[in-house]
Design a protein around this ligand. Sequence first.
Ligand code: 5AD
Ligand code: SF4
Length: 451
Amino acid sequence: MNVTNRISRKLHVVTHGCQMNVYDSARMADVLRPLGYETVDSPAGADMVIMNTCHIREKAEEKVFSALGRLRVLKEESGGRMMIAVTGCVAQAESELILSRAPYVDLVVGPQAYHRLPELIARAHRTRGSVVDTDFPAAPKFDFLPEAAGHQGVIANLTIQEGCDKFCSFCVVPYTRGAEASRPAGSVLAEARRMAALGSREIVLLGQNVNAYHGAGADGAAWGLARLLDALAEIPGVRRLRYTTSHPADMDDELIAAHGRNPALMPFLHLPVQSGSDRMLAAMNRRHKADAFRRIVARLREVRPDMAFTSDFIVGHPGETDADFAATMALVRETGFALAYSFKYSPRPGTPAAALPQVDEAVKDARLQELQAELRRQQDAFNAATVGLTTPVLFTGAGRYEGQIAGRSLYAQPVVVESERLLTGEIHEVQIDFANPNSLLGSLQKERVAA
Ligand code: 5AD
Ligand code: SF4
């Protein structure tokens, strides 16, 4: 079978995990489009199904295998014609092991090899066997992947950095995504210009360690994230910028200053702290203390008083005592988060913490409940505090119900208003009338169009 023929084929992509995977899934569809693959919404009848996976916690991994079990049935119904590819971090981490648990999988492709998908598909067809490619090439995949082809919408993700050299005790990312690599500034700016020309108004810069960005500039010098954000803000049409995920140890003075001077930069930062105990932070190899996190928050609030924060927390990391957990609760109460994600520590094979004596499951459960109750209270309070305020909303398209349109606040909260016009891509002042747990309802302040 000659896969370079322009035959129409159906591609279904399932994405688990982080925004980086959402971005990678779109890039894989771009790579396969020249081969005739059109994306479809359902796996039934698809010629190729890609499961882009997440390995960060055990639950995420188990989800992959149960979804694969369901795909197996569809594959059998297709007489074996449907190809199944497992990509992402489970592919990288488990590699050949996936084939022993799910031998009907055709391709196992790590995040560094997506640009080789056409060649791997051809090889799988040719050999009628399974193909595994989880090598880490010397050159980062940025050098090979095509620029984003399609229009992502008013809000667009743009990967600028990949991988991580931090080696937190609990985390698989340095093993699955490899060493930290930054995309050259010129290539980021070119992609952002294209996105803006197609109608994107908000660009979310992605990277596992995005604030460690140090991409080569045209002048040969490495650009930090602050400089890149300043250059992105100059692009006509780019109205809003965000970046995620950051590490406290890389929040340098320049980046903090950028939050004060760059009006396109949203006053909202995802800054995982994981724990409020210095003893735990050391055990986690986090390279910063709890007070360093407090100082960053305070300095950002100084330069941008409307700044709000989200974070990640792990409870029950090996060695965590009641006193360590109390320090986490104290930090949470003191900081006040707009939103936060919290997880029970889950041992990941091959990471240092997995080999240590584990905290009792019931203790982990109790701590998680206590933390989540406080975080939920903070999230509700944050949303409730917006009621009555008038705030700029970037409209992204139609709402779920007739006559409604939807957009995002400065803090990425979904906002729904009634409007006869779609206003897609425009920013308008909205008075917030009501706060639901996960969205806000408001009314357009027609006479006051935001700058
Ligand atoms: N167990 C629990 N949570 C984890 N995370 C990463 N690895 C683990 C693990 N082994 C969480 C961290 C990270 C987020 C993306 O997932 O909080 O910031
Ligand atoms: Fe994982 Fe730590 Fe790197 Fe974040 S900084 S990706 S938690 S190793």
